[in-house]
Ligand binder design. Structure first.
Ligand code: NAD
Length: 327
């Protein structure tokens, strides 16, 4: 069984590739390395290419008998998407449509898509269920919601079967320390706090301390990257066995405030560092927590990693990251 993993040299993609490989799947990673790393592709085969390049994609589909595609490629900076929407609609939407159309031409119709909690915008209810109102407030979230909607049409018209996984905050690293998070630029809270802990940054900033939450800071749902990888395996098995499409919210179901994350990092690392409290950022909802009972009910998925395990695994990786030659 051969799986094409587009974006498999990135953070979540590479962890999923490792698990696919361990489970015995043939894995072909397809990535342009715009944001990912050749060093993260330690399992399976690697083809350097862009999902905008239909000719190269077709070569890959012709060389390997691909059974399904997992699609992790995207630009992921919410703030940047507001100032450069064209870049986001081009890569996250137009290039995704190109990938889907190439799949259609090559008659591969099983697709797993990396969606996001950002499609919900300001949620109506907490925890957030799959069918809750979708009102993305930035081009990044909109680009993902558009793809979800396109997939519904492709199912009706072309018999595409897809799974959309809306990840909440992906965090943590491979417990064996072989790969981890290395976004450039980094905008995710936990690695930013680590940078303050190791003195790479002078301080860590908290944006807003007057939210209607227990300590005034934003609450998010952190889910270990290996738990996400596990969901992809279960989703793939579901797709290969049923002619159906589904959408799932993937989170731990627990919320932690920015202050709680900073305190846990201080405990796990044993380091103290400067924290600066500043104004709210536009577009940050106070609380985002997933209801993942659908993924449990249909896929039998359950998260395994606690917040402490997330932060400890991420810390082990973060300490060694600078000594790994990432290109
Ligand atoms: N990290 C999170 O917390 C989070 C949360 C919700 C959703 N997501 C989604 O999950 C997916 C993976 O996120 P990540 O954190 O691993 O990001 P990442 O930047 O580490 O990985 C994305 C990978 O896709 C590749 N890529 C991008 N555009 C490409 C193109 N046109 N052709 C070929 N390769 C291309 C990059 O080189 C990179 O290796 C993204 O779609 C993102 O929107 C991430």
């Amino acid at each position: 069984m051969a799986i094409l993993v587009a974006g498999g040299a990135g953070y979540i993609g590479s962890h999923t590739v490792k698990l696919l490989y361990k489970k015995g799947y043939d894995v072909i990673v397809y990535d342009n390395l715009s944001k990912g790393y050749r060093e993260f592709v330690k399992w399976g085969k690697f083809v350097q290419g862009d999902i905008a390049d239909s000719i190269k994609l077709k070569e890959v589909f012709n060389s390997y008998k691909i059974d399904a595609v997992m699609h992790f490629c995207a630009f992921i900076e919410v703030g940047e998407s507001v100032v450069e929407p064209e870049k986001y609609y081009k890569n996250n939407l137009v290039n995704t449509i190109n990938l889907l159309n190439t799949m259609k031409e090559m008659n591969v119709k099983k697709f797993i898509f990396s969606s996001t909690a950002a499609i919900f915008g300001e949620p109506e209810h907490i925890p957030i269920k799959e069918d809750d109102r979708k009102n993305p407030i930035n081009p990044y979230g909109k680009s993902k919601l558009f793809v979800e909607q396109i997939l519904e049409d492709y199912e009706k018209a072309y018999n595409f079967n897809s799974i959309c996984f809306r990840y909440f905050n992906a965090a943590g690293a491979d417990p064996e320390g072989e790969i981890g998070e290395a976004h450039n630029p980094e905008s995710h809270l936990i690695p930013l706090v680590f940078d303050a802990a190791i003195g790479k940054r002078e301080y860590v900033k908290i944006y807003g301390t007057d939210y209607p939450t227990k300590d005034g800071t934003c609450i998010r749902d952190y889910i270990h990257v290996n738990d996400l990888a596990e969901a992809h395996i279960l989703g793939l098995e579901y797709l290969l066995n049923q002619n159906k499409s589904e959408k799932f919210n993937l989170g731990s179901g627990e919320g932690y405030s920015v202050k709680e994350i900073i305190d846990t990092v201080k405990k796990v690392t044993g380091k103290d560092f400067k924290v600066i409290e500043t104004e709210r950022r536009a577009g940050d909802p106070p609380v985002l927590i997933a209801n993942s009972s659908k993924a449990k009910g249909i896929l039998g998925w359950e998260r395994k990693f606690s917040l402490n395990e997330i932060i400890s695994s991420a810390w082990e990786w973060h300490k060694k990251k600078d000594s790994v030659n990432l290109n």
